[in-house]
Write a protein that binds this ligand. Structure first.
Ligand code: NAD
Ligand code: MG
Length: 396
């Protein structure tokens, strides 16, 4: 029996994870769950999964949850300390990191430092703190397995020592990208896209932030950085190809000319089920592909002019960890501003570019979580400043 903590239980990845847990009550038991805003949904999850402890955002939510559940309410903690507590508790062995954004870093790092099996959806944790995170994994005997579909595909195609792909016979890692909703859209009209258009991903149903990241292709850039740390590969050996059907989830090219790919329906229950009882495979409820119905699999090089964010991510990776921390923070601020209809779609990438330009000399490495949080704050301030001055200019 695995005792599981799900950080971000009310989100898209959290829900897919819990539906798999519900299918396998003989293998998995929920130790802890976290939610940020959806307290009623959390109350339902408590009734269904009977966690021993849950984490919510603040004290007033603790009261709401206790009122909703009465004597059936589990122990409730709150805030970042609460998240760290449920991620590192000795009674849990597996932590699903499914909080969105840099907010997931502290608890995910705590899980790594406590030597847990960490099933990572929260790619931002690796983008923001790659070297520190990987050191924690190595020094504390943590098993880090990717949920992100591309990285999970690579895990499935790599040999057992996957976390040092550069040392095995790998020529390159090829991340596939659907291209998002706009890969064929007229470049000149991108500044007019609405939130509804940007959020509507052609192939995947996901949370709001990652849907926007997919539309700008920041998501693929974050995934290049994620792959660099998960598989210890230099950026020159991590490539991206557009594959609009989202059937091949990524490819490992070997030095002898062989390419191994993982295929499946675009459903996150596949990669989650692959790591949930790793290395055993479990029933996911997703049917295998019907190849007789697959009319075509197509591929194209990414258009860096249309999606400059991808190049910005490669540039940040080559500049160093602080640039990646700034890139992520600027993107989080800009995506929130776009979702609030404060800035245009194209200004998301402009915000990132401006913030990175300001941090161009920041080539160093943070030694601690505190230093990373400090850098994250600087970049958020710069991003807010750029957005505010753009708004002021519009008003003039
Ligand atoms: P989501 O928005 O659906 O869910 C996010 C979860 O995080 C929710 O449970 C929310 O309560 C919690 N959360 C949000 N802000 C928080 C904060 N400040 N503090 C604590 N908790 C907070 O997002 P999602 O689509 O499930 O994505 C989660 C992570 O998984 C992201 O990093 C995303 O990039 C990654 N991911 C998602 C998918 C997908 O298909 N959805 C695929 C690959 C990777
Ligand atoms: Mg992905």
């Amino acid at each position: 029996m695995r005792f599981i903590t799900v950080l971000g239980a009310t989100g898209s990845i959290g829900s897919s994870t819990l539906s798999l847990v519900a299918q396998h009550p003989d293998r998995f038991s929920i130790f802890a769950l976290s939610a940020h805003q959806q307290i009623e949904k959390m109350a339902h999850l408590c009734q269904q999964f009977h966690p021993r402890i849950v984490c919510v955002q603040n004290q007033s939510q603790v009261k709401i949850l206790k009122d909703l559940l009465g004597s059936a309410c589990p122990a409730v903690v709150y805030g970042e300390n609460g998240l760290i507590e449920i991620a590192s508790d000795p009674s849990t062995d597996t932590v699903v990191a499914a909080i969105v954004g840099a907010a997931g870093l502290a608890p995910t790092l705590a899980a790594a430092r406590a030597g847990k099996t960490v099933l990572l959806a929260n790619k931002e944790a690796l983008v923001v703190a790659g070297p520190l995170f990987i050191d924690a994994v190595k020094n504390h005997n943590c098993t880090l397995l990717p949920i992100d579909s591309e990285h999970n595909a690579l895990l499935q195609c790599l040999p057992k020592n996957f976390n040092d792909a550069n040392a095995v016979e790998v020529d390159s890692l090829l991340l596939t990208a659907s291209g998002g909703p706009f890969w064929r859209r007229d470049h000149a009209t991108l500044d007019q896209v609405s939130v509804a258009e940007a959020i509507h991903h052609p192939k995947w149903t996901m949370g709001q932030k990652i849907s926007i990241d997919s539309a700008t292709m920041v998501n693929k850039g974050l995934e290049v950085i994620e792959a660099r740390w998960l598989f210890n590969m230099p950026s020159t050996k991590i490539k991206v190809v557009i594959h609009p059907q989202s059937i091949i989830h990524s490819i490992v090219n070997y030095c002898d000319g062989s390419s191994l790919a993982q295929m499946g329906a675009p459903d996150m229950k596949i990669p989650i089920s692959h790591v949930l009882d790793y290395p055993n495979r479990i029933f996911s409820g997703v049917a295998p592909l019907d190849f007789s119905q697959l009319s075509e699999l197509t591929f194209a090089a990414p258009d860096h002019q249309r999606f400059p964010a991808l190049s910005l991510c490669y540039r940040s990776l080559d500049s160093g960890q602080i640039a990646c921390t700034h890139l992520n923070a600027a993107n989080e601020v800009a995506v929130a501003a776009f979702l609030n209809e404060q800035i245009k779609f194209t200004q998301i990438t402009q915000t990132i570019e401006t913030v990175l330009h300001q941090s161009i000399r920041e080539t160093g490495l943070c030694e601690s979580l505190e230093e990373i949080i400090e850098q994250d704050k600087i970049a958020r301030k710069n991003a807010h400043h750029f957005i505010q001055s753009s708004l002021d200019q519009l008003r003039r």
